[in-house]
Design a protein around this ligand. Structure first.
Ligand code: GDP
Length: 300
């Protein structure tokens, strides 16, 4: 299955290494907890989250009087699962009376344009009509790249000039969507991160013009994060979160990293749901994220 194959690297560093701790297992002592900590850190869970996990594991193991390695490793998975599920997720917002607008934000290279294509495929396959808005007028080639995806996926792509005003493109796309009764508008935006004030102004303007065209929109603003950037990615994410309201994360390039623990760090440190993960460069390489199948997938 493509899903599990895409997670092979994470499985190797996390699941396989965890299982190796079974050799010479003597119980949940300091040495064992330290080993678990190292595995968590190498999976990029981050020090803060890793400390929380190991502390809980220690408590739970004592409380439930767990003895065998299998019991302990199962407990570790459930501790991670519980930590993720502590935050309750809002439902993904959908506009029942018109176009649902999803805006993709994030730094250049994180995979926004590719993700826009993947989302288009996912939503089209579910029977929805989609229009793309090429509002990344800043990165050279981004507009053409998205337009080509539009052609390939057979959906219209509204574009402006390179270096043009992204908000103008979004306005055009909103009007097109309303006129043609399109179910979803997916907006690719520019990923400039020179400073927070700029970013805030730019994203703020985009939101305002969209809201003016379609009340209640954008319905979702998803931050696209490159999983291979690890803890740096989390720092970048914080800048975006301070600049605008973000309702979810799409974690790309999960196929290229052994550091899938980043999902736990995101959850713990940003409190946002991971909506989808990217497992390749093609439109079909997107999966809704489900923490349970993910954790059991990499640990089994
Ligand atoms: P943008 O600048 O944020 O729009 O980034 P792009 O969509 O152009 O993506 C940057 C690079 O990452 C491209 O070469 C993509 O093919 C690649 N990419 C995007 N998502 C994934 C993914 O989930 N897995 C892999 N392996 N590559 C990806």
């Amino acid at each position: 299955d493509r899903y599990l194959k895409g997670l092979d690297k994470s499985k190797k560093t996390f699941g396989d290494r965890l299982r190796r701790l079974a050799n010479g297992f003597r119980g949940v002592d300091d040495e064992f907890l330290e080993e678990v900590m190292i595995i968590l850190l190498e999976a990029d869970v981050g020090i803060h989250t890793a400390e929380k996990i190991t502390a809980r594991l220690e408590n739970e193991a004592a409380r439930q009087r767990l003895k065998t390695f299998d019991e302990i490793s199962e407990c570790l998975v459930s501790v991670m699962l519980e930590m993720y599920q502590e935050h309750t997720d809002a439902e993904v917002q959908v506009n029942e009376n018109g176009t649902t607008v999803i805006l993709l934000v994030g730094v250049n290279g994180s995979g926004k344009t590719t993700t826009a294509a993947k989302l288009t495929k996912t939503l089209s396959d579910q029977g929805n009509s989609v229009v793309l808005a090429a509002a990344d007028t800043f990165r050279a080639g981004a507009v053409d790249q998205l337009a080509r995806w539009g052609e390939r996926l057979n959906v219209p792509c509204i574009k402006g000039r390179e270096n043009g005003d992204p908000s103008a493109v979004l306005v055009d796309a909103c009007r097109y969507a309303c006129e043609h009764h399109i179910d979803y508008l997916i907006g690719d935006t520019a990923g400039r991160l020179q400073n927070k004030v700029n970013l805030m102004n730019e994203l703020g303007k985009m939101r305002r013009v969209i809201e003016r065209e379609i009340p209640g929109a954008p319905h979702e603003v998803w931050l696209v994060l490159d999983a291979t950037t690890g803890q740096n990615g989390i720092q970048q994410a914080k800048v975006f979160l301070e600049a605008t309201k973000v309702s979810g994360i799409i974690l790309t390039k999960m196929d290229g990293t052994a550091k899938g623990g980043i999902v736990l760090a995101i959850r713990d440190q940003l409190g946002l749901p991971v909506r989808y993960i990217g497992l390749g460069e093609q439109p079909q390489d997107l999966r809704p994220f489900d923490i349970e199948s993910y954790l059991y997938g990499i640990c089994e």
